[in-house]
Write a protein that binds this ligand. Structure first.
Ligand SMILES: Cc1ncc(COP(=O)(O)O)c(C=O)c1O
Length: 356
């Protein structure tokens, strides 16, 4: 057998410890899940949908794509659905990269961009964050004739920071037509700044080298069903359509997605809870003498000194968080917002850990 070197050298995925492994007393604040739970409307729709799971799903997810398209005034051909938005990152790398091709991304961003680039034998070009935020000027300067993709995560995971409309449009205005810009908007629904960039007009105007990634895993609370989607020019969606698995979006995910989209109460509740939690964490972490990174998501990142030791000590006290040393941001931990009670208990635990 001939194994590909660049695949054997990939780090194996290290799964977050499963809840079952933790025991019931462990509070999981490590995967940016929705503390408000799944959309109740989705749960109701799923009950009815269960009766039909002996059938294959609609391979083109047409009803879901139509729903996603109409809410942003795009045609359904400009929507592509996926088995989580993570699958779109894989499909993009599969469809665009040859060995040695370059992919520009931040150092200190969602790890899939790096892993999927390496999976294809691509060359990651990692541009340091500036003030924990994507440095779009430096990312532009990092583009070479070998660059095929640029990933921009806005808001950024794991720092929660955002890039505003002016700098984003300035950046997009200078991207060569030969380079595809992928803006990952997994946390867009939590963004609060008034000048958060709306990139849909670029797509409506026919821009073909831009793709927006979104997910049902965060504000819609459907992480376990695996459902993501992209908005992009029809040339791009039909190109990726050729490489995706035929039934990549399962039947229950399609049903739940459509229901969750119209569950405006759940979305509003989830957003309000994230906003309240953010204010709570900012206040309480500051009171502990820490400096939380100002973010606009359903999690917070903060420098705690020795992130690996603090993560382990928090685990001993019943909380899982994400240490960011492995993400290129040593010293920081990322804490997903839990319920109000979990958040309060977490701060007590962190205070005790830091006091030791
Ligand atoms: C920035 C970002 N993009 C994509 C994803 C993947 O989302 P999904 O669950 O839809 O695969 C995540 C998940 O945490 C994320 O943080």
């Amino acid at each position: 057998m001939h194994f590909k070197d660049y695949i054997t050298q990939l780090p194996a995925y290290k799964p977050a410890k499963l809840i079952a492994q933790y025991g019931t007393d462990i509070v999981k604040l490590s995967s940016n899940e929705n503390a408000c739970g799944p959309s109740p409307a989705a749960l109701t729709a799923l009950q009815a949908g269960l009766e039909q799971i002996h059938r294959y799903p609609d391979s083109s997810a047409s009803a879901l794509r139509t729903a996603l398209a109409s809410r942003v005034d795009l045609p359904p051909e400009m929507v592509l659905c996926s088995n989580g938005s993570d699958e779109l990152v894989s499909l993009l790398c599969l469809a665009f990269l040859q060995e040695g091709d370059e992919v520009v991304m931040a150092e200190g961003t969602f790890i899939s961009y790096l892993l999927r680039t390496l999976m294809m034998g691509g060359r990651p070009v990692r541009v340091p964050l500036r003030n924990y935020t994507h440095d779009l000027v430096a990312m532009l300067a990092a583009i070479t004739p070998r660059t095929r993709l640029v990933f921009v995560c806005n808001p950024n995971n794991p720092t929660g920071t955002t890039n505003g409309a002016d700098e984003m449009h300035e950046f997009l205005g200078q991207i060569p037509q030969s380079v595809l810009v992928v803006v990952d908007e997994a946390y867009i629904e939590f963004a609060t700044r008034p000048d958060y960039p709306d990139l849909l007009p670029e797509l409506r105007a026919g821009r073909s080298n831009l793709m927006l990634l979104r997910t049902f895993a965060k504000i819609y609370g459907l992480a376990g069903l695996r459902l993501g989607y992209a908005y992009a020019h029809p040339t791009l969606t039909s190109y990726l359509d050729r490489v995706r698995p035929t039934f990549n979006v399962n039947a229950l995910a399609q049903i739940a997605g459509i229901a969750a989209l119209s569950d405006v109460d759940h979305v509003a509740r989830s957003r309000a809870h994230a906003n309240d939690s953010r204010r709570f964490f900012e206040r309480e972490l500051t009171a502990l003498g820490l400096h939380p990174i100002p973010g606009e998501t359903n999690f917070v990142a903060v420098d705690v000194g020795d992130d690996l030791a603090v993560t382990e000590a928090l685990y001993q006290r019943g909380f899982t968080v994400t240490p960011l040393t492995g993400w290129g941001i040593p010293g920081c931990i990322r804490v997903s917002f839990g319920t109000t009670e979990q958040n309060t208990c977490f701060i007590v635990a962190l205070a005790a850990v830091l006091a030791h």
